[in-house]
Write a protein that binds this ligand. Structure first.
Ligand code: MSP
Length: 529
């Protein structure tokens, strides 16, 4: 038997200098929806997230708070980053921390391998460094400071002056990989998406690559360089290796999880696309390992036209949203309202409006009406559809086309397009009920067969919607699945296969439909501000 197709996906690992805001949660949710979708499409799926705990940024935060960096990292992981996963309902398979022995040992083994094969040499670094980005900067990357930073070079992302470094460092021969990287972008166009980011990276690499400083000597919060313990490994070189350390890669032994799931798909913000599409594949090429399957760079959540960030005090905690609207609405909203791959502005008004129109009135109300009509007119037993007309055939066709379009969009990680395709079924079913008026048909005893057909059609449409939306709104669809009697008739919701969702007639007549609380309850307006 052929092995099942695999799908593995990662988020960036998050700096633990501060607690998460909704920009971080956005990355998590996108990767989680893609993982759940692929798992329900029958692929052998694995998803990874975690935390990035070394480097100067964390060290300085810990010192400022009067604790050791490890104490600081432990506190933030336990109190903020792991709880985030529950807040937004993430079903990750693993959580990697860069301070774990399983990770640190891989960093050392990988580095040693590159050193032994001549890809690392010692030299002197003289230049700029942004601690916010944890990145060595070229002068062309920087802007002139103004106000309190007048006369200094400033990082455009963090708005703060860069530091001038002069240190003995080890260097990675990244410049050797310029042509191989250009060949990769050329031969595998979906390696790096969207096209806007791909074009930017291609022209960056065409301009030529410098070797990369991969160690630091002036502080010690990091993984020791194995052959010279006066250096620690540069935090990005360390962090990128999480993607293979979590899979148990080893230079000399078999690593079954690595064999099974590598290469992964990486979801990253556009600010860190360069690390993932230049440095990371070059590191892998040097170690003779396959490059990632795909790097997809999403846009930023903006506040007042700028990247939302805690340091600029524009960060909103995810729980501020989930406590009012719930985790399903959080997940749905950001993936529906923002084209995945582009920037998007967050506003409470837009969230509130979409919640009301699309989730509460569109999907939630449709589900409540159908479930309660089957209760009222058929004693909670799903009737058969015996009088199929053009109106019903249209529903079947809209559903089949929505499934095909959603699948194609998800293949390209165009999550917003997939949701828009699925929503055509919500809209079509709402229109169908308005047109067919089952509440009027119910008054005419001679038209029972017609009434039954309408109710069956609406309930079966909801069955398909529950399957298609379960990766995005797992809580609400689970409630709906139970209320439709689908759990007993068809098995658990997450075992349903997305490619089969459009096959009409799966919910059997006779299924026991039970009362259901509202999927998306009314929100008191004042609570949202
Ligand atoms: N630790 C590095 C990643 C190492 S991966 C080997 C890092 N961490 S981070 O915590 O600063 O950012 C993690 C992710 O959150 C990045 O993909 C970043 O783009 C994303 N976001 C941070 N602010 C964001 C917004 N305002 N909007 C959308 N995503 C944002 O970088």
């Amino acid at each position: 038997m052929a092995a099942a197709e695999t799908f593995s996906i990662t988020t960036p690992i998050f700096y633990v200098n501060d607690a998460p805001h909704i920009g971080h949660a956005y990355t998590e949710v996108a990767a989680d929806v893609l993982a759940r979708w692929n798992r329900q499409s029958g692929r052998d799926t694995w998803s990874l997230t975690g935390t990035d705990e070394h480097g100067q940024k964390i060290l300085r935060t810990a010192v400022a708070n009067g604790v050791t960096p490890k104490e600081w990292a432990d506190k933030l992981v336990d109190e903020a980053w792991v709880p985030l996963l529950k807040t937004i309902d993430i079903a990750n398979d693993d959580f990697v921390r860069t301070t774990e022995v399983r990770h640190e040992s891989v960093v050392q083994a990988f580095l040693q391998k590159l050193y032994d094969t001549g890809f690392i040499y010692d030299g002197e670094y003289e230049g700029f460094y942004c601690v916010g980005c944890e990145e060595f900067k070229q002068q062309g990357d920087l802007v002139d400071g103004a106000g309190e930073f007048d006369g200094q070079w400033v990082c455009p992302i963090h708005g703060r002056p860069v530091e001038v470094l002069k240190e003995k460092n080890y260097f990675f021969r990244m410049s050797d990989f310029q042509q191989r990287l250009l060949d990769l972008y050329e031969s595998q166009p979906d390696f790096l998406q969207p096209d806007s980011v791909r074009n930017e990276i291609v022209s960056f690499v065409r301009r030529g690559l410098d070797d990369l400083s991969i160690s630091r000597q002036s502080f010690d919060w990091g993984v020791r360089v194995p052959w010279d313990d006066s250096h620690v490994v540069y935090v990005w070189f360390d962090a990128l290796l999480n993607y293979v350390s979590a899979l148990g890669w080893e230079p000399t032994a078999d690593a079954p999880a690595f064999e099974r799931f590598w290469p992964s798909n990486h979801i990253v913000g556009k600010d860190i696309a360069r690390f993932h599409s230049v440095i990371w594949p070059a590191m892998l090429m040097a170690a003779d390992l396959p490059v990632p399957r795909r790097v997809f760079a999403h846009g930023w959540l903006l506040v007042g036209g700028e990247k939302m960030s805690k340091s600029k005090l524009t960060g909103i905690a995810p729980s501020q949203i989930t406590e009012v609207f719930g985790s399903d609405a959080f997940r749905y909203y950001f993936l529906r309202a923002i084209n995945f791959g582009q920037d998007g502005s967050f506003s409470w008004e837009d969230l509130s409006a979409r919640y009301q129109a699309e989730l509460a009135n569109g999907f939630g109300n449709l589900a409540s009406r159908v479930v309660s009509m089957v209760g009222r007119y058929c004693d909670g037993i799903l009737p058969p559809a015996t009088e199929v007309t053009e109106a019903e055939e249209r529903i079947h066709a809209v559903l089949a086309s929505a499934v095909a379009r959603a699948e194609a969009a998800m293949e390209r990680f165009a999550i917003h397009e997939a949701l828009a395709a699925i929503w055509t079924v919500v809209d079509e079913l709402n229109g169908y009920l308005t047109e067919q008026e089952p509440w009027k048909v119910a008054k005419d005893e001679e038209r029972t067969a017609r009434l039954h057909t309408i109710l069956y059609t609406a309930a079966e449409g909801l069955r398909a919607l529950a399957v298609l939306l379960s990766p995005v709104t797992p809580q609400a669809t689970q409630k709906l699945w139970r209320a439709l009697g689908a759990e007993s008739a068809l098995g658990s919701l997450t075992d349903q296969r997305i490619p089969d969702a459009g096959e009409w007639g799966q919910l059997p007549a006779g299924a026991v439909v039970s009362p259901m609380e509202g999927l998306f309850p009314r929100i008191e307006q004042e609570a949202t501000v």
